[in-house]
Design a binder for this molecule. Structure first.
Ligand SMILES: [Zn+2]
Length: 275
């Protein structure tokens, strides 16, 4: 393999990176590339019984375990969950992170999203995308000579515009790994999210049943993505496989950073067939 690639996934909460791009992270990691997952907030508001430092500490440990599933670093920053704004401070932290980690590909939320923290991270990364190349901005860290490719994590929102699937990726073979990662965020997937969906009583007590339950839950969440981007899946994988895929990740590439030209597509998504 030539130079290993570097993938940086910036989510708002400890679980967003693996929830939305765990398949790509697993593929990169297995191929020997370097992956780093980051949560910009500390996750301190994602529960109904515990909060504050207790929850932030718990979620930091959960994120670390999730990263360990695929052998990657999962860093949790300190901004309080539920109160994030796309401030200059957040933007500059992201600029420093991108300059230091030197990613080939950055993934983050879109700035249209139901959660204000997701919108804030999406906006801050968008704002950082060009400035990482500007030397007088954060002069304590050397600026980059070239922008990375920046992409948006998948969502189903439609206003003001639905996500454009520039890259579609069958993650059927990665599901087990993704669910293993998600199951490390126990406070979320076995507690907070079922509570928030008014279905806490559905979570089985036995550990093995829990994992199976989570797998079904996650599959139900993913299926609409394959339906939404069926045309793109068929274009990428051909008619037979494209029609059959139930579980995919999709990414929209930002216009504000490096373009995903044919060479970049072959390099960053080497495992896809290039037509
Ligand atoms: Zn989130």
């Amino acid at each position: 393999m030539s130079e290993p690639l570097r993938l940086l996934i910036l989510g708002a909460h400890p679980d967003d990176a693996d929830y939305h791009a765990g398949g790509l992270a697993a593929i990169y990691s297995r191929a020997g590339h370097t992956v780093k997952m980051v949560s910009v907030t500390n996750g301190q508001s994602g529960h109904y019984r515990i909060s504050g430092k207790e929850l932030a500490d718990l979620r930091r440990a959960e994120a670390r375990s999730a990263g360990a599933v695929i052998g990657t670093e999962y860093e949790v920053w300190e901004w309080p969950d539920g109160r994030l704004q796309p401030t200059i401070e957040v933007r500059e932290r992201i600029i420093r992170e991108i300059r230091t980690f030197c990613p080939d590909l950055v993934l983050t939320h879109r700035s249209n999203d139901y959660h204000p923290d997701h919108r804030a991270v999406g906006q801050a990364v968008q704002d950082a995308s060009y400035l990482v190349t500007v030397p007088p901005i954060c002069p304590d860290v050397p600026s980059l000579r070239r922008d990375p490719v920046v992409g948006c994590l998948p969502d189903l929102f439609t206003r003001p515009a639905p996500l454009r699937a520039d890259v579609v990726l069958d993650v059927t073979n990665e599901l087990e790994t993704i669910v293993q990662m998600l199951s490390c965020h126990r406070s979320q997937f076995f507690d907070w999210l079922p509570y928030n969906e008014n279905r806490l009583g559905d979570v089985p007590a036995a550990e093995a049943d829990k994992i199976l339950w989570l797998r079904r839950w996650y599959e139900d969440k993913l299926r609409p993505f394959a339906e939404r981007w069926r045309g793109e899946l068929i274009a990428q994988y051909g008619s037979d496989r494209g029609r059959a895929i139930q579980f995919c990740e999709v990414f929209e590439i930002s216009e504000y950073a490096a373009p995903l030209d044919a060479a970049a597509r072959r390099r960053l998504f080497w495992f896809l067939e290039h037509r």
